[in-house]
Design a protein around this ligand. Structure first.
Ligand code: AMP
Ligand code: MG
Length: 407
């Protein structure tokens, strides 16, 4: 058994930089905007028209000329949304108009139906009508040539709505990265099975598949390999044939059956094999041709936290997203907290509003085997290494993995 790792220990920042400089989105594809939900836009979108194209009524009422006081006007017709009228409105006439109706020629304002009384073809207007009152001027919502969506935006409900509004029905988007997840370990059994002594159920494979999907990737392959070189090599090759990104769990530590690091090193180029990070020191990053491979540690918390901090940004970068990092905020510790002595530690925590401040409490024992430390967590506290206990009230940076809880 080796007693020291051949890989130098690098910082979290250096590790992230090494990953992100090698993650590039592939060529965009064009899809119908109806199929584009959740995908990332590859080009800017511009409006080619004014919206509304002409002045439109904002209310149900009467289109009139601007006038200073109450008066009685002759009703010359009715205009509903989607129709136009060439009938001219004069100082002594009014046209009934519905919300969204295009203002007829001569009209300068709309009086709300609530401020009128109509009888025998005449309408009494109780209030003055100022120019432009209750009218949406042309171009109020969009002007021709206006940038409406930027490349790098994920297409959610409002973005899909804007694409429909401007008539951009074909959109260039980045394809979802194809991900393969390989869990390794002789001790692993399927979730349906009763683990014999010394064994446990494989949870990483399913947690990592869920995390990859949540990050916008498509899981195209997954499997479990025993700690045996030839079998692992066959599975890794199969996974890399199917996917752009390989995520393995386990087999990257210093044990005699930790075969993933040397295997990946034989197949590609190792960019780092050790980071000053807790939980997950042995995280390994390798490129194999154009493909990215991440060797994640086996402990369930280590594998999910290293996914969160290192793999997720890579998957977002591969989708062309303009923002790949979680929001970083400053939070106040609710209790004393003991830092790790040498490594930057990411503690799972619940962050909540307390009046106008964000306060944080770690989710109990932070052991890397204790997956329960991630249940309910909405943040990772970034705790710098040190000898001194941080007293309650200390301010520390946190990555928000979910919205803060209400106070
Ligand atoms: P390893 O990094 O391969 O030495 O794994 C460390 C420990 O993590 C193992 O002893 C297991 O307890 C646990 N472990 C490894 N892989 C998995 C997995 N896929 N699901 C759940 N626990 C795992
Ligand atoms: Mg193992």
């Amino acid at each position: 058994m080796q007693t020291s790792s051949p890989y130098p220990m690098i910082t979290v920042q250096a590790a992230l930089a090494a990953i992100l400089e090698r993650a590039h989105p592939p060529a965009p594809v064009e899809v119908d905007f109806r199929q584009a939900q959740g995908l990332v836009l590859a080009s800017d979108v511009v409006s080619h028209e004014d919206l509304p194209p002409g002045a439109r009524s904002a209310v149900d009422g009467y289109a009139v000329t601007a006038q200073p006081g109450p008066r009685t006007l002759r009703v010359v017709g009715e205009l509903t949304a989607g129709h136009v009228s060439s009938e001219h409105v004069e100082p002594d006439t009014a046209m009934r108009i519905m919300t969204g109706g295009l203002l007829p020629p001569g009209a300068e304002a709309v009086v709300m139906v609530e401020d009128t009384r109509e009888r025998d073809g005449l309408v009494e207007v109780e209030k003055p009508a100022r120019p432009g009152e209750n009218v949406h001027p042309p171009g109020q919502d969009l002007v021709r040539g206006q940038l409406v969506l930027r490349a790098g935006a994920r297409l959610g409900p409002a973005e899909i709505g804007i694409l429909a509004t401007v008539g951009q029905t074909r959109v260039p988007v980045y394809p979802r990265p194809r991900v393969a997840v390989l869990a390794t370990g002789d001790e692993l059994v399927e979730p349906e099975q009763e683990p014999p002594p010394g064994c446990l159920r494989d949870s990483n494979r399913f947690a990592l598949m869920a995390a990859a999907r949540e990050a916008g990737a498509e899981v195209v392959w997954h499997g479990h390999g025993r700690d045996e070189r030839a079998a692992l090599e066959r599975l890794v090759r199969e996974a890399l044939d199917a996917a752009d990104v390989l995520i393995t769990s386990g087999g990257v530590s210093m044990g005699t059956r930790d075969l993933i690091k040397p295997l990946l090193a034989d197949l590609g180029e190792v960019h780092f094999g050790r980071i000053a990070f807790k939980p997950g020191k042995p995280l390994t990053f390798v490129t194999i041709g154009q493909k990215l491979a991440f060797g994640l540690p086996g402990y369930p918390v280590s594998s999910l936290v290293t996914f969160e901090v290192f793999v997720r940004p890579a998957l977002l970068e591969l989708q062309g997203l303009s923002v790949v990092q979680r929001p970083r905020v400053t939070v106040e510790l609710e209790h004393d907290l003991r830092p790790d002595r040498i490594r930057l530690e990411y503690q799972r925590a619940v962050v909540r509003w307390q009046a106008d401040r964000l306060v944080a409490a770690p989710t109990g024992v932070q052991s890397s085997s204790r997956l329960m430390s991630m249940i309910g967590a909405n943040a990772l506290l970034e705790i710098q290494p040190g000898e001194e206990t941080l007293p309650a009230g200390s301010r520390v940076p946190a990555l928000l993995t979910g919205p803060p809880e209400a106070g």
